[in-house]
Design a protein around this ligand. Structure first.
Ligand code: ATP
Ligand code: MG
Length: 270
């Protein structure tokens, strides 16, 4: 068995190849390296492993293997994993902006076989869970995304059309003029946890998409590939990102295994 492990700030993702042709996937909380070790010990003690991710060194120490475990730089692993998935899913893209929405968000440009990091923001998956918890007291990721799907952002945000009433619109009225500005300015409206969580998803999706769109304009590329576990089962965030990206005439691309690009890249390196 060959195994690629991406130990990130929040989640440790594993991609592995057994006898089968298909890659299998598994993920654990990075706060629970014991679960990772137990999984490796029980199922794959003889596997050859390659590590990547910001917590790779910590995990390596925890596994305290007698053999040196190979390591690949996170950005290289991620790019290789993205290129592999593009090929598998028969998506062609020669140049693209890639946003990895992990605990934080890292933004890259890919040109053929080369890539470089061009920016990032602290607004990411950690913000979804953290700000969501601060506003509602709900900490569970699944609960947060499920509830947010039922939310309504009209009492949370101020749209351009809210401000430019009866006035000629300088930009599209459906754009958000102020995320969460509605809480201050539409103060008589009722809002529940679902609405607040939908508003948080709006901040993350719109901040990340906006940065990517500006990067795409600056580098004259059309495709924007959005990855990271923050998109996992999170249709609302995908929809927010998709509509913003399309509105700005760029092409959004999502990959099936959102959070596993780094792990796949480490597996392929192995
Ligand atoms: P980084 O790359 O920034 O070091 P990471 O690799 O751990 O972090 P990802 O695994 O890509 O980041 O994404 C982490 C985010 O995914 C979390 O912040 C959360 O929003 C979301 N997420 C998805 N599934 C879960 C889960 N089961 N538990 C907690 N968060 C989850
Ligand atoms: Mg990561």
């Amino acid at each position: 068995t060959r195994i690629g492990i991406d130990a990130g700030g929040t989640l440790t993702k594993i991609a592995y190849w057994d006898e089968t042709k298909e890659i299998s996937f598994q993920s654990f909380l990075s706060s629970d390296f014991k679960a990772v070790k137990d999984w490796l010990d029980t199922n794959h003690s003889l596997a050859s492993i390659c590590l990547t991710g910001g917590r790779a060194e910590q995990l390596k120490k925890y596994l305290s293997s007698e053999n040196e475990i190979p390591y690949i730089v996170e950005f290289d692993a991620t790019m290789n994993g993205v290129m592999y998935q593009l090929k598998e899913e028969v998506i062609s893209s020669d140049s693209a902006i890639i946003a990895n929405i992990g605990t934080g968000t890292s933004i890259h440009i890919m040109n053929g076989d080369t890539h470089s990091r061009i920016g990032g923001t602290g607004v990411g998956g950690g913000t979804l869970v953290g700000l969501g918890a601060a506003l509602t007291g709900i900490y569970d990721y699944q609960d947060i995304i499920e509830l947010s799907k039922e939310g309504n952002r009209t009492s949370i945000d101020i749209l351009v059309s809210d401000i430019y009433q009866h006035n000629k619109l300088p930009i599209k009225g459906s754009l958000t003029a102020s995320n969460f500005g509605g809480v201050a300015l539409k103060s008589n409206e009722a809002r529940n946890s679902s609405d607040l969580l939908a508003g948080v998803q709006g901040i993350i999706g719109e901040v990340v998409a906006t940065l990517c769109i500006q990067a795409a304009d600056a580098h004259h590329v059309e495709d924007i590939i959005y990855i990271g576990s923050t998109l996992e089962e999170n249709e609302l965030l995908q929809a927010i990102i998709e509509s913003y990206t399309i509105l700005k005439q760029k092409k959004p691309i999502f990959l099936d295994k959102h959070g596993y690009s780094g792990a796949i890249g480490a597996l392929l390196e192995n």
